[in-house]
Design a protein around this ligand. Structure first.
Ligand code: G
Ligand code: G
Ligand code: MN
Ligand code: NA
Length: 255
């Protein structure tokens, strides 16, 4: 309640920050892109993770404007880093359910991309599997198709946690699946989790999608994923989410 009121003022007070986590191409171990992740620099509580406030912001109706700010910031930083000759590939931005109810979203995303001198192939849009389910999901799928027609790529986030049927997955306008980190965490010690990850990698590939695994923390996990043929990884082993300045230093160091 108190937090909701503060959320309403946080945007104008510029208390939101966008951090960036590297997405790594597993075979070459090079940067394939970055994921933009919002944080709230709360004056009293410190740096708050989106897990603490995204649901609240969504139900209070703040997510369209927070989401717009994140996209704006992601495009601005990518454009700046490209200008410095440090090309991190593409930037991935998370979309919420309420953003995917807005028919004007594709136009807005395209305008923002072009305003920063970028082309749509530089922007990936991440949506949770759950957003595409049910009656509201049909609308979201239409908007995702429009975005994809404009040249943006679409990634299905937290894959495996949304109970989407395989038939459903086949009709989604999606270029990439992001295997949820809960499966990766269990993979090394648990034969069932390993079998599930293997099946998800194969399924994604059979449907012509790129497969990314989230939450890689150990070399053992990375080695297993190489054997399974996973394309991309994201995790603390390769790089944590970092503020823009930190990410810039990280990119420079890798060159
Ligand atoms: O970075 P962290 O692990 O704290 O993120 C927690 C969750 O918040 C992730 O599932 C991520 O998808 C979500 N999230 C992070 N940034 C954004 C954002 O800008 N918009 C939306 N809708 N979700 C985000
Ligand atoms: O949008 P999504 O749910 O994919 O957001 C990714 C979240 O996962 C980020 O908030 C990030 O902080 C978190 N994360 C990224 N890498 C790791 C990791 O290696 N281990 C754990 N536990 N969390 C991670
Ligand atoms: Mn994500
Ligand atoms: Na996830």
């Amino acid at each position: 309640r108190e937090l909701v009121e503060q959320l309403g003022r946080a945007l104008a007070r510029r208390q939101f920050e966008v951090h960036f986590q590297p997405l790594i191409s597993l075979h070459e171990r090079i940067v394939a892109g970055l994921e933009a992740l919002v944080r709230w620099r709360h004056p009293v509580r410190g740096l708050l993770s989106p897990a603490r406030f995204i649901h609240l912001a969504e139900s209070a109706g703040f997510l369209p404007s927070i989401g717009a700010m994140v996209l704006e910031e992601a495009c601005a930083r990518l454009s700046e880093w490209r200008g410095l000759g440090l090309d991190p590939g593409r930037v991935a931005v998370n979309l919420s359910a309420s953003q995917l109810r807005d028919r004007n979203l594709p136009r807005f995303v395209l305008d923002t991309t072009m305003k920063h001198g970028l082309t749509p192939d530089r922007i990936e849009l991440e949506v949770p599997e759950t957003v595409t389910l049910g009656r509201a999901g049909e609308n979201a799928i239409g908007i995702l198709s429009d975005l994809r027609s404009l040249g943006f790529s679409i990634a299905l986030d937290d894959f495996g946690t949304g109970y989407a049927s395989l038939t459903h997955l086949r009709r989604l306008p999606v270029d990439k699946i992001k295997i949820d980190l809960s499966f990766i965490a269990g993979m090394s010690g648990n034969a069932a989790d390993l079998a599930i990850v293997r099946a998800m990698v194969n399924l994604g590939h059979d449907l012509g999608m790129t497969v990314l695994a989230e939450g890689i923390e150990t070399e053992e996990q990375a080695d297993l994923l190489v054997k399974l043929g996973c394309d991309e990884v994201q995790g603390f082993l390769f790089g944590r989410p970092m503020p823009a300045e930190g990410l810039l230093a990280w990119l420079r160091q890798r060159q």
